[in-house]
Design a protein around this ligand. Structure first.
Ligand SMILES: Cc1cc2nc3c(=O)[nH]c(=O)nc-3n(C[C@H](O)[C@H](O)[C@H](O)COP(=O)(O)O)c2cc1C
Length: 212
């Protein structure tokens, strides 16, 4: 087994992992989005919905980098499109990396796409795996729950809504979001709580009304 594949299997050893995928837009600028990934054989597979910009960029031939981190604030910046987001060149021509304190980078080239129920499985051949500058902190429930809150926020945002009726999937996602946000508020540092506030502001801006 090559060193790249061995490292990959170690870094992504717990099944589905969350990453920041960076692709290249039509105008050549980088685009970052949070995406789930896992290893299948020697490939890394991404699962973007077909209506995401990430998928459109990949279908147009973009290469991909993945930033692997458990720092929820990096996910927060990506999901909320923070002006703090910065990029740098990857080792491979045509690849951008998220310039942040991430643990690992993967550079990859898409080689096959399967689509089922509007979700693509993008099989990528890994070109390189290497360490980033690293996030330096121990396990925090608030940090993990902020990532959960962001997952449900992006589901609600992508689904579109005008009101939350009881029983539908949006209302279920909102319940999960509320639970995750409550843990962040109770146990998290000020900067984590700020992200939760941003999520709720965004939902209000999107015109969310809640039927209690
Ligand atoms: C931790 C996390 C994981 C996510 N995983 C996926 C995923 O696997 N596939 C997907 O389509 N969207 C996923 N999302 C939602 C997208 O990041 C979000 O909808 C994004 O805006 C869509 O991508 P785009 O910017 O390329 O259009 C995830 C969000 C978070 C916070």
């Amino acid at each position: 087994m090559s060193v790249v594949v061995e490292t990959l299997r170690k870094v992504l050893r717990y099944g589905h992992h969350e990453a920041i995928a960076v692709t290249v837009n039509e105008d050549g600028s980088p685009h970052a989005a949070a995406m789930g990934v896992r290893t299948v054989g020697e490939d890394v597979v991404l699962y973007p919905y077909v209506d995401t910009r990430t998928f459109r960029n990949i279908r147009r031939g973009s290469l991909v980098s993945l930033a692997l981190t458990h720092n929820s604030l990096i996910f927060c910046d990506v999901v909320t499109g923070s002006p703090r987001l910065k990029f740098k060149r990857g080792k491979t021509d045509g690849i951008y990396l998220l310039d942040a304190d991430v643990d690992f980078y993967i550079e990859a080239t898409p080689r096959d796409i399967e689509i089922r129920n509007r979700v693509a499985s993008v099989f990528t051949r890994v070109l390189d795996v290497y360490e980033g500058s690293g996030s330096y902190f121990s396990y925090s429930r608030a940090n993990s729950m902020l990532i959960e809150a962001l997952v449900y926020f992006t589901k609600i945002r992508a689904h579109g809504f005008t009101s939350l009726s009881r029983g539908g999937s949006v209302s279920k996602w909102f319940e999960f979001l509320e639970y995750s946000a409550s843990i962040v508020r109770r146990l998290g540092s000020e900067e984590l709580v700020k992200c939760v506030e941003r999520i709720y502001e965004e939902l209000k801006k999107l015109g969310m009304r809640i039927e209690l």
